[in-house]
Ligand binder design. Structure first.
Ligand code: CO
Length: 139
């Protein structure tokens, strides 16, 4: 595989509403999407558009949310993951494993409605990397 465009930067937060206010009032973001809940992933997310990418605000949803651990170490929230597009998620997952990088779980539907995987930060220099199948044109 080869790396595609930066789709978004994931930012964990204890409060999407408080973070939205920062991006809107401090940084001047004007395109802020409605928050959506992804119960299967234990998160509530909200996308903030920037001219060339997006910020994905991620708030824990439910007792077993994977975000609780991150917020325990970073109570104010912080940068959580970065997401690059790839043309084919199953090819990307196989390629990561063939190269010895740990893929966390099976490919699953992500916040943009296309398939995603996560690559363990221990194999990516401490950065949690999400790979996301590119949305279809016009999506
Ligand atoms: Co993401």
């Amino acid at each position: 595989m080869s790396i595609g465009r930066l789709n978004h930067v994931g930012v964990a937060t204890p409060s999407i509403e408080k973070s939205v206010a920062l991006y809107r009032d401090l940084l001047g973001a004007t395109k802020i999407h409605d928050p959506i809940e992804l119960p299967a992933q234990g998160v509530r997310v909200c996308f903030v558009d920037t001219p060339n990418s997006q910020i994905e605000l991620v708030e824990p949803l439910g007792e077993n949310s994977p975000i609780h651990g991150f917020l325990a170490k970073n109570p104010a929230g912080g940068q959580h993951h970065i997401c690059f597009e790839v043309p084919d998620i199953h090819e990307a997952a196989a390629d990561m494993e063939a190269k010895g990088a740990k893929v966390l779980g099976a490919p699953r539907i992500g916040a943009h409605g296309t398939m995603v995987i996560f690559v363990h930060p221990k194999d990516m220099g401490g950065v949690l990397v999400e790979l996301m199948e590119s949305p279809q044109v016009g999506h």
